[in-house]
Design a protein around this ligand. Structure first.
Ligand SMILES: [Fe+2]
Length: 242
């Protein structure tokens, strides 16, 4: 199929979290993404409060990333998904940028308030980078008070909805909220947040629904990297050119 999607959020590189458990699984997920129309995939291992990015962990992840990338028929780049913590406010957010962009992916915590997220996104902006706010439609803070999503977007921050939310895989409330954020152009990116074979990095099914609902002209920029400044395909690396 036509490979047009840019997926800025996935867990296809083994990294000791809840994503791909080994290299073959990561490679299989990358192949799967290609077959479902993705041309550029970001692997974004979790940076959790209980699993931070120590130098040793980063070294291991980068080695695993290279092994997956060199075996996969896709342009694979490395990034991170930050769970907001106060400790991250003392770090240089440039360490966590999505490779080749000025964006930093960070999630709205699934439970509890969003105040540390706001602090981290502000800290990111102050470093000259731009936050991408992951899956607001799945979180207690936004489901309880949906106008919070509008407030985050009004700061100029890009909101990213999960494809699986749009497909109803995280319940009706998240589906309705996800579509509402797209309908009103509050969210500007759809990504897979693919973790494993049972939750793969696919965007095609959600894209088909979005085209039906919003029309192709509005739907495509949500899926093709436009919001990340990546809508034009880049040259493929030599290792991927075969
Ligand atoms: Fe994620």
């Amino acid at each position: 199929m036509d490979r047009r999607f840019v997926d800025c959020h996935s867990h296809v590189v083994p990294s000791g979290d809840d994503g791909a458990e080994d290299i073959p699984t990561g490679v299989a997920l990358c192949r799967d993404a290609v077959e479902h129309g993705t041309r550029l995939l970001f692997a974004t291992p979790h940076v959790w409060p209980e699993l931070t990015l120590t130098a040793a962990r980063e070294h291991e992840i980068r080695a695993a990333f290279e092994r997956v990338r060199d075996r996969s028929p896709i342009e694979l780049r490395l990034g991170w998904e930050l769970t907001p913590t106060r400790a991250l406010l003392d770090e240089d957010p440039r360490r966590y940028a999505l490779e080749g962009t000025d964006r930093v992916l960070m999630e709205v915590p699934f439970t509890g308030p969003a105040d540390v997220l706001v602090a981290l996104a502000t800290h990111t902006e102050e470093a000259g980078l731009r936050p991408v706010i992951a899956h607001p439609e799945r979180t207690e803070a936004v489901l309880d008070r949906p106008v919070l999503a509008d407030e985050l977007a009004e700061r100029g921050w890009r909101l990213q909805v999960n494809a699986t939310s749009l497909l109803g895989r995280h319940g009706q409330d998240s589906a309705e909220l996800g579509w509402d954020l797209l309908d009103r152009s509050v969210a500007g990116i759809v990504a897979s947040d693919g973790h494993r074979r049972t939750r793969p990095p696919h965007l095609d099914e959600a894209y088909a629904l979005a085209v039906r609902r919003l029309g192709e002209e509005r739907a495509l920029p949500l899926f093709d990297g436009t919001a990340l400044g990546l809508s034009t395909p880049t040259a493929r690396a030599p290792s991927q050119a075969a």
